[in-house]
Ligand binder design. Structure first.
Ligand code: FAD
Ligand code: NAI
Length: 327
């Protein structure tokens, strides 16, 4: 029997669950508050090219995920990225090459999530605020414009944990579990230069002070554009500067960027700052996904495993498996 299933959140975990549930013959509708999709797989289109503002790359360790990856590589939703990798520590900047394979959406991060959404129904620009139980056990979704959507026999909440808590209120155990997850913020600075910076660095783990990570965005496959960079802050620095104005954030991160690379950074032709309130869960956990099958409510997201792209995918798979095992 085909069920009407709502998925709240069209990030990778929601998309992952949606694909499995649709493949099993159910009628799936995704809802997202943003205009687009992909969540923290996020790319900003500019006249200087596409910048990845969220996830920078992903690794693939799980067997099932690696199998899927082959199909995404074949479809060219995804390509391998082989940056000149550095690290920066008390000994300064040094090469830090390794054998880890790293992948990116092609030709931008969101091209992958877009590709995965093909054939699925997405209702965008719709922020769901509340789930309302009907007498027959089905669910109505209430959005912030007081519109209702549904009814749905099952609901999968695939948002970051703090945004999942109010939605999961009818399943108090799930809401309580989600409320225990702290999600840490992050600042992202995107820069572009008319002339390539004089450095071999394509990517650098910093992990201290203001900067967590630097990447030469234009070194990723398909990002044909002028020399572009993405600088991400550490969670601790973001927490200290959560309400600082964007110009000051850009100034501080750019100064630290210049220091890490050991070069004087010329004037930018483009600069953009983005604040992530819920960039990553503060801890790893092993829930996989959360389920209240008696209510038809499920939750997934990177926070059910740990803040990585692969974990978001796996959590969505787990939510779908649990739902399908209890028809
Ligand atoms: P999300 O992608 O956050 O999706 C949740 C969706 O729910 C969003 O689209 C949101 O708009 C929507 N939503 C929320 N509330 C509502 C509501 N009430 N109604 C409707 N829709 C709602 N991981 C890596 O593996 N490698 C990296 O290099 C990496 N770098 C990162 C850098 C940054 C700056 C950030 C922020 C994250 C990074 N990550 C990285 C983590 C990775 O992006 C996430 O683990 C993954 O994308 C999370 O997917 P998700 O589906 O769990 O959540
Ligand atoms: P990975 O295997 O490349 O990295 C794992 C960790 O090992 C890194 O965090 C880094 O500290 C270290 N590391 C790996 N290779 C290194 C090298 N060559 N030199 C020095 N250090 C190295 O990728 P994985 O496990 O898939 O991790 C995902 C990445 O996503 C991490 O870098 C993580 O920090 C990042 N992330 C960033 C978020 C943000 O908000 N900025 C949110 C969530 C994840």
């Amino acid at each position: 029997q085909s069920l009407n299933i709502a998925i709240i959140g069209a990030g990778l975990s929601g998309i992952s669950a949606a694909r499995s549930l649709a493949a099993a013959g159910h009628a799936v509708v995704l809802f997202d508050k943003s205009r687009g999709s992909g969540g923290r797989l996020s790319s900003k289109r500019t006249e200087f090219g596409n910048f990845d503002l969220g996830a920078q790359y992903f690794t693939a360790r799980d067997h099932g995920f690696r199998q899927e990856l082959k199909t995404w590589l074949d479809a060219r939703y995804v390509e391998e990225w082989t940056p000149n990798l550095y690290q920066y520590d008390q000994n300064g900047l040094q090469l830090s090459a390794d054998n880890q394979q790293r992948f990116v959406g092609y030709p931008r991060m969101t091209a992958w999530s877009r590709g995965l959404l093909e054939g699925l129904e997405l209702v965008s620009s719709t922020r769901i605020e509340k789930l309302q139980a009907q007498d027959d056990g089905q669910w109505l979704l209430l959005d912030d414009q007081q519109q209702t959507h549904g009814p749905f026999a099952r609901v999968v909440v695939a948002t970051p944990a703090p945004q999942a808590v109010p939605l999961l209120a009818p399943a108090s155990q799930l809401a309580q579990a989600a409320s225990q997850v702290e999600m840490l913020p992050g600042w992202t600075l995107a820069l572009s230069f008319a002339e390539p910076l004089d450095t071999q660095v394509d990517a650098c783990f910093v992990r201290q002070g203001p900067i967590d990570w630097i990447s030469r965005n234009s070194s990723k496959p398909g990002r044909e554009q002028s020399d572009s960079w993405v600088i991400q802050s550490t969670p601790a620095w973001a927490q200290e500067h959560l309400d600082t104005d964007k110009d000051s954030i850009a100034g501080s991160l750019q100064a630290a960027f210049s220091e890490v690379l050991g070069i004087k950074v010329p004037a930018t032709q483009f600069s953009h700052v983005h604040r992530w309130l819920y960039a990553r869960p503060g801890q790893q956990c092993e829930w996989g996904a959360l389920a209240a099958p008696e209510l038809g409510l499920y939750a997934c997201g990177d926070w059910c495993l740990g803040g990585r792209v692969e974990n978001a995918w796996l959590s969505g798979q787990q939510a779908a498996r649990t739902l399908l095992s209890k028809p």
